[in-house]
Design a protein around this ligand. Structure first.
Ligand SMILES: NC(=O)c1ccc[n+]([C@@H]2O[C@H](COP(=O)([O-])OP(=O)(O)OC[C@H]3O[C@@H](n4cnc5c(N)ncnc54)[C@H](OP(=O)(O)O)[C@@H]3O)[C@@H](O)[C@H]2O)c1
Length: 208
C-alpha cells in the first residue's frame, strides 16, 4: 500500500491536491492532517473518489505525545484506518471519531496545548507571587501537569476521583479549588472549547 500524507497548510491544500491529483488513485491511501479541510473538499478538488483518512493531531507529536483523532472517509477500508492508527500511534495516542466531530477535536485537543500552556504559566505566576523563584516555579508547575496527566492515564482514574483524593477536609487544596470555582475556572475552559470549535467551523466554511 502506498500512503500519501497531506501535511501542507490548509490554504495550500487545493493547489497541492490539484498538482498531485494525476498520481492519486485507489491503490493509495491519502491521509490529510490539514486542519479544517473536509474529506468532501479533498475528493472534490482531486476530482475522484479516494481512500481518504483525516487526522487531527496536535503539536505534542513533536515529542511523540500527540492526541490524534482519525476519521475514515467513505472509500477507506478498515485496514486503511488501522494503518493510520499505526502511523499516528507512533506519535502518541489515537482515537477514531466521525468526521462531524473534527471541529470539536480541533477546539479541544488541537488547541488544548495552548490552554495547558496558559494553565502552567499561570500556575507558575501564582508560585512566583507567593515567593517561588521563576525557574523553579515553572519546573514544578510543568512537572505537576505532566505527573497528573500520567497518573490519570496510567491508573485510569477519573479526574474527579483524583481531585477528591487530594482535597482533604479543611485543607489547602479545597481552599484553592473553592477559589478556582468562584472564578469560573471550569466554565472558562468549557467555553474556550466551544469558542474554538465554533471558530474551526467558520474557518472550515471559508475553505470550502
Ligand atoms: N502543527 C500542529 O500542531 C498541527 C496540528 C494539527 C494539524 N496541523 C495541520 O498540519 C498541517 C501542517 O502544519 P505545520 O504547522 O506543520 O505547517 P508548516 O510547518 O508550515 O509545514 C507545511 C509543510 O508543507 C510544505 N509545503 C508547502 N507548500 C508546499 C507545496 N506546494 N508542495 C509540497 N509541500 C509544500 C512545507 O515545506 P517547506 O517548509 O519546504 O516550504 C512544509 O514542510 C496544516 O495543514 C495544519 O493545519 C498542524
Amino acid at each position: 500500500v502506498h500512503i500519501v500524507i497531506l501535511a501542507v497548510k490548509p490554504q495550500d491544500i487545493k493547489e497541492v491536491l490539484a498538482e498531485i491529483a494525476p498520481i492519486l488513485d485507489s491503490s493509495k491511501v491519502l491521509i490529510s492532517i490539514a486542519a479544517g479541510v473536509s474529506l468532501k473538499v479533498i475528493s472534490s478538488v482531486a476530482g475522484k473518489q479516494l481512500r481518504l483518512i483525516r487526522a487531527m493531531p496536535n503539536i505534542a507529536a513533536l515529542v511523540l505525545e500527540s492526541a490524534t483523532a482519525l476519521s475514515q472517509g467513505g472509500e477507506a477500508s478498515a485496514e486503511d484506518l488501522e494503518l493510520a492508527q499505526e502511523i499516528f500511534g507512533a506519535l502518541g495516542r489515537t482515537v477514531v471519531l466521525s468526521e462531524a466531530l473534527m471541529d470539536a477535536v480541533t477546539g479541544m485537543s488541537g488547541s488544548g496545548p495552548a490552554y495547558c500552556a496558559l494553565f502552567i504559566e499561570a500556575l507558575a505566576d501564582g508560585g512566583v507571587q507567593m515567593g517561588l523563584p521563576r525557574r523553579e516555579a515553572l519546573d514544578l508547575a510543568t512537572q505537576t501537569v505532566l505527573g497528573t496527566a500520567r497518573l490519570l492515564m496510567e491508573q485510569g482514574e477519573h479526574p474527579a476521583e483524583l481531585k477528591d483524593r487530594v482535597a482533604s477536609p479543611g485543607g489547602t487544596t479545597i481552599a484553592g479549588i473553592a477559589s478556582l470555582e468562584a472564578k469560573g475556572f471550569r466554565s472558562a475552559l468549557i467555553e474556550a472549547v466551544a469558542s474554538a470549535t465554533q471558530r474551526s467551523r467558520e474557518l472550515a466554511k471559508i475553505r470550502e
